[in-house]
Every structure is written in structure tokens, then in C-alpha cells.
Design a protein around this ligand. Structure first.
Ligand SMILES: [Zn+2]
Ligand SMILES: [Zn+2]
Length: 219
């Protein structure tokens, strides 16, 4: 681990941040939709989850996907700074202390073409750190991403569900299992929803999202 804070260069703790930058991370606080973790005025179901109930059961999200979390995610994914995985995993691990242990922990699969180009799956790196202290083993091969599609971030929100349709495959028998899917960011939830559809078709009883950061709603 570097000794310098990933954000300001001051002397850093284990998580890769100095105490000041760690304390200033934008935690997901306030009332949230109990399913998708979007902010709602009274912690009731949000309009989108009422209109189209997701296939996943619910999402736990530790941070808001705003500065400097967006920088840390980009540092990991695009600058290949693996130290940022541990930094992002730390606040997620804190949230997981209140979670029931799932039968299976599945890092969000990425397409083999993307894995080749990046050299690692950022969700697997985050999951490894976030789950270490709970003694949870990862099952990264339980499902595969069989089509890369274009990057979700390049698309308008309304087009994202179509972009990931048919993107995953699961050949395991998940009868009665609870699966926790770990990922870095949730925005529309379309990718998690598509994966949850496939996992439930394979028999999964429950699918929950363990996500580092949630994108705030579009204005
Ligand atoms: Zn700092
Ligand atoms: Zn919702």
C-alpha cells in the first residue's frame, strides 16, 4: 500500500486515505428507497421501483458517486491503480457488518475482452477486500458476461436496459441460494437487474447488490 493519501498526498492510513479525506467521503446517508437505495423523502419505495420492480431484492450502497469517489473509481478502472480497490472496499465493508451472510458472493462479471484490456475485474478486487474480514469466499466463475455491449456510461439512462439484455449466462444450479453481487457503481441498476434475472432463472432465491457507490438521481 502507498503511504501517501490517494487524494491529497498526506500521510495515509491502511485504507489509502489520510484521516481527513477518509472522513470527508460522501457516505450514502438520509432516507433511501429500500430496494434501489435512491434517495426518497420518506424512505419509501421510489417511483421507478414501484413502476418496474427490479429483479434484485435490494441494494446496499456505501457512498454517493460524486467527487472524490468518481476519481477513485476512475483511478482503479482506467489508471489501473489497484490500491484504490482497497480504499473503495473499506466503506462498503463497514456497511456489510449489518448484512446477513449470503451463500454466494459474486463480483459483477465483466466481458473477457474487457478483462484482457484491463487485466483485472475491478468488482473482484473490491469484493476481495470488502469480504476478507468476514471470511466470505468469492465465486467469480458462477456467471459470465458473454457480451460486452458498449459502456453503460456512454449511453443515456433510458437505453441502458436494452444494452445489457442477454449479456449474462449462468450454468450453475442456484436453487434456494442467496447471492450477493459486488460492484463499484450503480446508476440505473440495469446491469444488476439483468444479472439478477439470470441468477433467479438459475434458481437463486434472493439477489442483493453490494455496491460501493450510487449515482445521485438525474435532475
Ligand atoms: Zn488525504
Ligand atoms: Zn427504488
Amino acid at each position: 500500500m502507498p503511504r501517501a493519501c490517494l487524494l491529497c498526498g498526506a500521510s495515509a492510513k491502511d485504507c489509502g486515505l489520510c484521516p481527513g479525506c477518509r472522513a470527508a467521503l460522501p457516505e450514502s446517508t438520509g432516507p433511501r428507497c429500500p430496494v434501489c437505495a435512491s434517495p426518497t423523502p420518506t424512505a419509501s419505495l421510489c417511483g421507478r421501483c414501484i413502476k418496474r420492480p427490479p429483479k434484485y431484492d435490494y441494494v446496499v450502497s456505501a457512498l454517493d458517486y460524486i467527487a472524490p469517489v468518481d476519481f477513485l473509481v476512475a483511478d482503479l478502472k482506467y489508471s489501473h491503480n489497484l490500491a484504490a480497490a482497497r480504499t473503495l472496499a473499506a466503506p462498503l465493508a463497514l456497511r456489510l457488518e449489518q448484512e446477513l451472510y449470503p451463500d454466494i458472493v459474486l463480483p459483477m462479471p465483466i466481458a473477457s475482452s474487457r478483462l484482457r484490456e484491463r487485466g483485472f475485474n475491478q468488482a473482484a478486487e473490491i469484493a476481495r477486500h470488502a469480504c476478507a474480514e468476514f471470511g466470505l469466499r468469492l465465486s467469480p466463475d458462477l456467471a459470465q458476461r458473454i457480451s460486452a455491449g458498449v459502456s453503460q456510461t456512454s449511453l443515456p439512462w433510458a437505453d441502458r436496459a436494452r444494452n445489457v439484455r442477454g449479456a449474462f449466462r449462468c450454468q450453475a444450479d442456484l436453487a434456494g441460494q442467496t447471492v450477493a453481487v459486488v460492484d463499484d457503481v450503480i446508476t440505473t441498476g440495469a446491469t444488476l437487474n439483468e444479472l439478477a434475472t439470470v441468477l433467479k432463472r438459475a434458481g437463486a432465491d434472493k439477489v442483493v447488490g453490494w455496491i460501493v457507490a450510487r449515482t445521485p438521481p438525474q435532475r
